[in-house]
Design a protein around this ligand. Structure first.
Ligand code: ARG
Length: 583
């Protein structure tokens, strides 16, 4: 379906042409004076310059050409604006078409296209912390938005599983238990099925080893050596690596499942490893990879650079590969496996230099051709009340698991105190509200901005919050349940201002979803549903819906709020949460 602004613009453009002016001046926007009109066109002001006549004269001539069947108001106002209000019947037909067309008639802009969304990005063997939360929440939402538009969207978790942290664990374990067969050069296998550590032990080995490398150069050297040997296939180290992966991944999966965040591809940096030798050979042959101080680098600086642009480092002087290397090799792999039209990367915005470097390298080397779009969506930090990165009460890094548990406790208490649902539904309802609080709290901010995590505010049932949206959906659901069979009723023309405002808000769905898609901004969907929910609640307060005696009129009300509910539920599913039946 055409977007409402496009339809209205076409009508106004035609009127410009009929009045003898260029149709290009007919672009209509949503009014910035909703007290005066719903839409406006400022084209007469520009046309006046080109046609050397008074803008008012043009605006008046155009207004006269507009049909009263479309516009209840088409008025020229000084100095030459065109103020517009739509007829109720126009809205009625537009909404009826939305209600009866799949996905509300939103155009499938991604049909036949594939996008890889690289998000999550946890580092194996390190506990997930809140830094990974935004990646998971925003990435999942972007993936769902792509899917809604018809893209084949592949969520790829891109595990951090090949770097120094793996070598640190090997070196740490070796010190604790040097007698293990993994460290014995003469041992020819098979290696034990059982890991030599539990998850809890693993989570101690890593931070201890990581702290130690900063103060103990010999240990740091051993960890680098272990990383190199692991990457080069030492069997005992690969066996330890597999243990680490299995133990850690089980936990990682659990946490993402709990967040309702799901990946189609569970590949990691290590999976790019087999692609590295060929890639390096190609880059050397091209002349794009060169030796520099014992390392192999890919210079990416170019003329006109305003800041320093260091080269990508492909192979360090000690032989190990780095983040840049696995990043580029992963591109090789993705081009081969998915031939995507686009790759969207999510990571902390402090990684923007890394992505600028590898994007340049990918283009220069032809690893990713110009026809494939690459975008880095760098997100800001989630801060505590003090404006600094969110910490635990004792100042430590907040583990994601802990954060989710804290939010659940907070919401569960509220659900129990307010006696919202029977005891057996408490857990499920609390979960839905908690997810709405957490995800909406995050997504309602522009991804690139930092924000302050404020559970009291995020979990409130009033204000610009996820639970408020859920509350609105639940309110409509309860009216629909009392009404009875509410499907397939017809939308009617509005009779009151609040009804018309609700209808106008509904028409803006497609435009807002497209903006969210094009600008990678789920926050646009949040603002949209906040406005829509506000219109629903205003309409509800000003209208006797269940008490309405005229049955036809009542059916129209029901059709309208049912459409609003469906749209709200569709939008929250794009944000990654869902509404309970009762609240
Ligand atoms: N593992 C990385 C981190 O914890 C994020 C990975 C982002 N994705 C990528 N392709 N580099 O910061």
């Amino acid at each position: 379906m055409e977007k409402i602004l496009d339809i209205i613009s076409a009508k106004v453009s035609q009127a410009f042409a009929q009045a003898g002016y260029d149709a290009a001046y007919g672009r209509v926007t949503v009014s910035n004076r909703p007290d005066l009109c719903e839409f406006q066109c400022n084209g007469a002001l520009a046309a006046a310059k080109a046609f050397h006549c008074a803008p008012m004269q043009i605006a008046q001539a155009v207004a006269e050409k507009l049909s009263p069947e479309d516009f209840e108001l088409a008025e020229a106002v000084k100095p030459g604006f065109l103020n517009l209000r739509l007829c109720g019947s126009f809205l009625q037909h537009y909404l009826q078409a939305m209600a009866t067309t799949p996905d509300y008639g939103v155009e499938k802009l991604g049909q036949g296209k594939t996008v890889v969304v690289d998000y999550g990005g946890p580092n194996v063997a390190k506990p997930l912390h809140i830094g990974h939360l935004r990646s998971a929440i925003i990435g999942e939402s972007m993936k769902r938005i792509y899917r809604f538009f018809g893209y084949h969207a592949i969520g790829d978790i891109h595990l951090g599983d090949w770097g120094l942290q793996m070598g640190l664990i090997v070196a740490g374990l070796r010190e604790q238990q040097p007698e293990l067969c993994y460290f014995d050069h003469d041992y020819v296998g098979p290696y034990p099925e059982e890991a030599p550590f539990t998850l809890a032990e693993l989570e101690q080995i890593y931070p201890a080893a990581s702290a130690r490398k900063n103060v103990d150069p010999a240990f740091a050297e051993a960890a680098h050596q272990a990383t190199y040997e692991l990457q080069n296939g030492r069997p005992g180290y690969r066996a330890i690596w597999r243990h680490i992966m299995r133990v850690s991944l089980a936990d990682i999966r659990k946490i993402y499942d709990n967040l309702d965040v799901h990946f189609e591809s569970w590949l990691g940096e290590s999976d790019a490893d087999p692609f590295i030798p060929d890639m390096i050979a190609r880059l050397k042959a091209q002349g794009s990879a060169v030796e520099s101080e014992g390392a192999l680098v890919f210079p990416v600086a170019q003329e006109g650079d305003k800041k320093e642009m260091p080269p990508c480092i492909l192979i360090k002087s000690d032989g190990a590969v780095l983040y840049d290397t696995t990043e580029l090799a992963t591109m090789v792999q993705r081009m081969q496996d998915f031939s995507p039209d686009k790759i969207l990367y999510l990571a902390d915005k402090r990684q923007s230099l890394h992505f600028e470097q590898v994007f340049r390298a990918a283009r220069k080397s032809g690893i990713v051709p110009e026809t494939v779009d690459m975008e880095f969506l760098g997100f800001g930090t989630m801060n505590g009340a003090d404006g600094k990165p969110f910490k635990t009460r004792d100042g430590g890094v907040m583990r994601l698991e802990q954060l989710i548990a804290d939010i659940m406790d907070f919401v569960r208490k509220k659900v129990v105190e307010n006696q919202i649902v029977p005891p057996e539904q408490v857990e499920q309802t609390a979960k839905q509200i908690a997810m709405a609080a957490l995800k909406y709290g995050d997504l309602s901010n522009q991804p690139t901005k930092d924000y302050i995590f404020d559970l009291d505010r995020f979990a409130a049932f009033e204000g610009n919050t996820g639970p408020y949206i859920l509350y609105t959906v639940v309110r409509i659901k309860s009216i629909l349940a009392k009404y009875g069979a509410w499907q397939n009723l017809s939308i009617q023309a509005p009779e009151s201002q609040s009804e018309k405002e609700l209808m106008l808000a509904i028409t803006k769905l497609a435009g807002n979803l497209e903006t969210a898609l094009r600008t990678s901004s789920p926050n646009v969907i949040c603002s949209y549903i906040y406005e829509l929910a506000g219109c629903v609640n205003k309409f509800y307060h000003e209208t006797r819906i269940l008490g309405e005696e005229n049955k036809d009129r009542q059916a129209g009300y029901i059709a309208l709020i049912a459409l609003a509910k469906d749209i709200l539920e569709t939008c929250i599913s794009l944000l990654g949460f869902s509404a309970p039946e009762r609240m």
